[in-house]
Design a protein around this ligand. Structure first.
Ligand SMILES: *Cc1c(COP(=O)(O)O)cnc(C)c1O
Length: 397
């Protein structure tokens, strides 16, 4: 790692590589080398790099209208909102520019609801190791160890409990509780799924106490887990949902969705300069139209099974742990071998892999990834694990 470009704020250790183009599962750097991408901007390029449907929608929209102001309707905003509500249990959509901003909106909506319908209740129950974003309120909602002491004073009103522990949730409910907010699969925590029993109990608990059930599907939504939204697979019906990452196919788009009866913002409560602009909403339309094409989500499930089987074989061969997750959001437990080490070795071979935890590799390829590309990734992964097992032995790339 170096700091080759000091005019870029060093918020993270970046490798020296500069990427110039991409197509599907592949990136090209300025030296012309190809990289196989199993990160995809953190599950952002749902259809891979520069998918023709997304590119063409952006081109067409760029030629006609970029931003008439969020205070006016535009066709792409209306069309995308209609697609999202027609294919979910929600009635209304508010578009934002990032997942954190969508979650801020969800938090504000819940607090407003509490203020007008629940006698001023404002507390939101969230979960240890959960991730909801990097704004002050979403950091306070996040359960990353160590984050509660950053940038004090923290936004108050978030009660943190262990994930998949219904007793702990029940014990945390009091008269000031207004909502429960969670990821259905904790992504940044290392792809930890909620259990179906926990979610059923949680739903019941929310109904019993009049709490809003907010699901953060920023990572799990938009086909990532093999259905349009992950909540469909758990048999629950949330009251509020947030989307982000994959919804724009690579452009900054996110959304807050709610049922009509919880929609309580009054004019002036919520807004944003770029929200719902036609450029990004046109990309969003191209993404959802593609996901809803007959057979597309089935193909995600087939590829999920294929990737999961191959990872299972690797796990057996190297005596690693379990494969977790759903759809094309999968993780491999690397046990005693350092996952960041494996990812670093993979990077040297031209494979982009993410290691969210010391013993977890996360796989979030394009939903359009081919079996051939999965095979290629597996070969490089094998070599990277071999290289990481024999510490001190130099790997020839
Ligand atoms: C990435 C992520 C966010 C934050 O989204 P940004 O667009 O980075 O603000 C929020 N929640 C979950 C579950 C995420 O994975």
């Amino acid at each position: 790692m170096s700091n080759l470009y000091p005019s870029i704020m060093a918020i993270i250790d970046r490798p020296d590589t500069v990427f110039v183009s991409g197509k599907g599962s592949w990136l090209k750097d300025e030296q012309g080398a190809l990289w196989l991408d199993f990160i995809q901007g953190w599950a952002v390029n749902s259809l891979g790099h520069c998918h023709p449907a997304v590119v063409s929608a952006l081109q067409k929209q760029a030629e006609s209208l970029l931003n008439p102001s969020p205070a006016f309707y535009n066709k792409a905003m209306i069309g995308l909102a209609q697609q999202l509500t027609a294919n979910s249990v929600f009635d209304e959509v508010f578009f934002t520019n990032s997942g954190a901003e969508a979650n801020e909106g969800a938090i504000k909506l819940a607090r407003k609801w509490g203020a007008i319908k629940r006698d001023g209740a404002y507390k939101i129950i969230t979960f240890e190791h959960g991730f909801h974003g990097r704004t002050l309120a979403t950091m306070a909602a996040t359960g990353k160890p160590g984050w509660d002491v950053l940038f004090p004073p923290a936004v108050s009103g978030f009660i943190k409990v262990p994930y998949n522990d219904i007793g702990a949730v029940e014990a945390a409910v009091d008269n000031d509780s207004v909502a429960i907010m969670l990821e259905l699969i904790q992504g940044e925590a290392g792809v930890i799924p909620a259990t179906a029993e926990f979610l059923h109990e949680l739903s019941r608990l929310a109904r019993k106490h009049g709490l809003l059930l907010i699901v953060d599907e920023v990572q799990t939504g938009m086909g990532r887990t093999g259905t349009l939204f992950a909540y469909e697979q758990f048999g629950i019906e949330p009251d509020i949902m947030t989307l982000g990452k994959g919804i724009g196919g690579g452009v900054p788009l996110a959304a807050l969705l709610t049922k009509k009866r919880f929609s309580c913002f009054e004019p002036g409560d919520q807004g944003g300069t770029f929200n719902g602009n036609p450029l990004v909403c046109a990309a969003g339309q191209a993404v959802i139209d593609t996901l809803l094409q007959p057979g597309f989500l089935d193909s995600v499930q087939r590829k999920s099974a294929y990737l999961s089987d191959r990872l299972g074989e690797i796990s057996q061969a190297f005596q690693l742990g379990k494969v977790r997750g759903k759809g094309l959001l999968l993780a491999l437990d690397t046990r005693q071998i350092s996952a960041p080490n494996i990812a670093a070795k993979a990077f040297k071979q031209g494979l982009l892999l993410n290691a969210p935890r010391p013993n977890t590799l996360r796989f979030m390829p394009a939903l359009t990834v081919s079996e051939h590309e999965i095979d290629q990734m597996i070969r490089w992964l094998c070599a990277s694990i071999e290289g990481s097992q024999s510490i001190g032995r130099k790997m020839d790339a």
